[in-house]
Design a protein around this ligand. Structure first.
Ligand code: FAD
Ligand code: E1W
Length: 465
């Protein structure tokens, strides 16, 4: 479908966050007349007031989408490379565990606000109209009229719509309204854990206080801290704790209790956090949950994407990456389908299984990082995994790598990950060293059960030919 072939070339996007800004840009580039409505003020004027983590890990899926949008260069000019996870063990040991094979397999720490602003500038240049301070509060389906409120003065505004794109995040107002028109098949799963953003500022001499080219993790069993570098040479630290318990956000709730927790469990981080108590008290506590939906669209009238369609826990660092991948997939279906109803249905059919897969893998990654990083069986399995990845680079690709450095569908990464784990568990059962593993049998298993992955370069060549 093209804007010329459509009944109306007007489309309306709700939310100018990560997904909304990119989708608005892609739609405008194709010639659609785009109106984007955003609850908050223009971050380019008002300064970015992101209520959530100030930086994000950008991986291959997100970068691939930005590349297609022509924004790779502009975005890579504002990132910090992260080569691996720097694990801070509770005995004080620190170890860098590389994410990939070499510096071609790394992830990038990017400032959320700056990234959104880069995309908004490009969207406006492409002709999109962005309306800030406009919160969606209601939809009139018969009159095709939106109700919007300006939160600064409470004033009400209207807008005529033809097709609605819901990129208004995890608390989506459009999703809530769609749920009043048809069953969406929603299932909410609270994690029982929340998070708080803290800071490691630059050193007195303006330098980095800890290693900049890594994602730092302090795993502590049922809870943990992480830190991502900012280009300003500071780090955004995120503390993840159960809502209740020892420790939990119910008992860690004031300056004294947060200092006690950090003195006991995160002393090396505490030494670099002069504003710990002030940050803890000033910043909101964020909830974590997964929301599964069976339906993402209402006929050809409305569709959900990004966090509005599939809120997930953040432990794989894929929420934004997945939202960007959604935008590219949705555009592909709009291009190919005869009308919005069939485009949205095809998008839903393709992406619901993939979003389920990354939602589940994100949950599993929380347990893996908090608990297993120093468990013996787990370490032997990881050792064998690395060996198999070297022996069968086309077939045995660690699940983390399939998710982070590849663009094959998440559901394929999950399925191959199951087969790989099965091979690792079977091959190491009852063993304590790599030298005891029967490699001939394991190699045969890999060849039998894991078809070679298509090579990205080969795909491109085949496409060009
Ligand atoms: P959002 O970015 O939330 O954007 C929604 C927009 O809609 C906002 O601008 C909002 O103001 C606006 N809006 C909301 N309601 C309305 C309304 N009624 N009317 C109009 N506008 C409205 N992902 C990664 O890929 N890597 C990471 O490292 C990573 N780390 C994370 C760490 C934490 C602690 C958390 C919580 C999440 C993390 N994520 C990460 C996930 C990522 O933040 C989300 O997946 C991503 O923001 C989703 O983009 P979105 O555009 O769908 O939603
Ligand atoms: C990444 C918020 C966030 C973002 C991330 C990651 C994690 C832990 C978290 C996953 C990971 C990059 N991860 N797993 N092991 N090390 N890192 O890869 O984005 Cl909590």
């Amino acid at each position: 479908m093209t804007p010329d072939s459509a009944v109306s070339p007007h489309v309306t996007v709700i939310g100018a966050g990560l997904a909304g800004a990119l989708l608005g840009l892609l739609l405008a580039r194709r010639g659609w007349q785009v109106d984007i409505f955003e609850r908050r003020p223009d971050p380019r004027v008002a300064g970015y007031e992101g209520g959530r983590s100030i930086n994000l890990a950008l991986a291959e899926r997100g970068l691939d989408a930005l590349r297609r949008a022509g924004l790779e260069e502009a975005v890579l000019a504002q990132v910090v490379m992260m080569r691996g996870r720097m694990v801070h063990f509770d005995d004080g040991r620190v170890e860098l565990q590389r994410y990939g094979r070499d510096d071609s397999e790394v992830i990038w720490s990017v400032h959320r606000g700056r990234l959104v602003m880069t995309m908004l500038d490009a969207a406006e240049k492409a002709g999109a109209r962005i309306h800030f301070n406009r919160r969606l509060t209601g939809v009139d389906r018969a009159k095709r009229q939106l109700e919007l409120v300006d939160e600064r003065d409470g004033s009400h505004h209207g807008h005529r719509w033809q097709v609605l794109f819901g990129s208004d995040g995890a608390g989506s107002a459009l999703r809530a309204w769609m749920g009043t028109q048809q069953t969406l098949g929603t299932r909410y799963e609270a994690l029982g854990h929340s998070y708080k953003e803290l800071e490691i500022p630059p050193a007195a001499d303006g330098g980095w206080r800890i290693e900049p080219n890594a994602l730092h993790i302090w795993p502590r069993g049922r809870y943990m801290c992480i830190a991502l570098p900012n280009t300003e040479r500071s780090f955004t630290v995120t503390l993840f704790l159960p809502n209740e318990g020892e420790p939990g956000f119910d008992t860690v709730h004031d300056a004294a209790s947060v200092r006690t927790l950090f003195e006991r469990d995160f002393p090396d981080a505490l030494a670099q956090m002069p504003t710990l108590e002030a940050d803890f008290l000033a910043h909101p506590t964020g909830l974590l949950a997964t929301l599964y939906l069976d339906r993402w669209h209402l006929e050809g009238e409305a569709v959900l994407l990004g966090d509005a369609a599939h809120p997930m826990v953040p432990f794989h660092g894929q929420g934004m990456n997945c939202a960007f991948e959604d935008c590219v997939a949705l555009m592909r279906h709009i291009d190919a389908a005869p009308d919005f109803a069939s485009a949205f249905a095809a998008f839903e059919r393709e992406r619901v299984p993939d979003s389920r897969a990354i939602q589940q893998m994100a949950l599993e990654n929380y347990l893996e990082m908090r608990d297993h990083v120093d468990d013996e069986d787990y370490l032997l399995q990881r050792e064998l995994e690395q060996l198999l990845a070297r022996r069968h680079p086309q077939r045995f690709v660690p699940r983390y790598s399939m998710v982070t450095f590849h663009t094959l569908p998440y559901s394929v990464a999950q399925q191959r990950g199951r087969v790989q784990r099965d091979i690792l568990v079977q091959a190491t059962a009852g063993l304590s060293e790599l030298s005891q593993v029967d490699m001939a049998t394991v190699d045969a298993q890999v060849i039998e059960r894991l078809a070679p992955l298509p090579q990205p370069a080969a795909c491109l060549d085949a496409g060009a030919a």
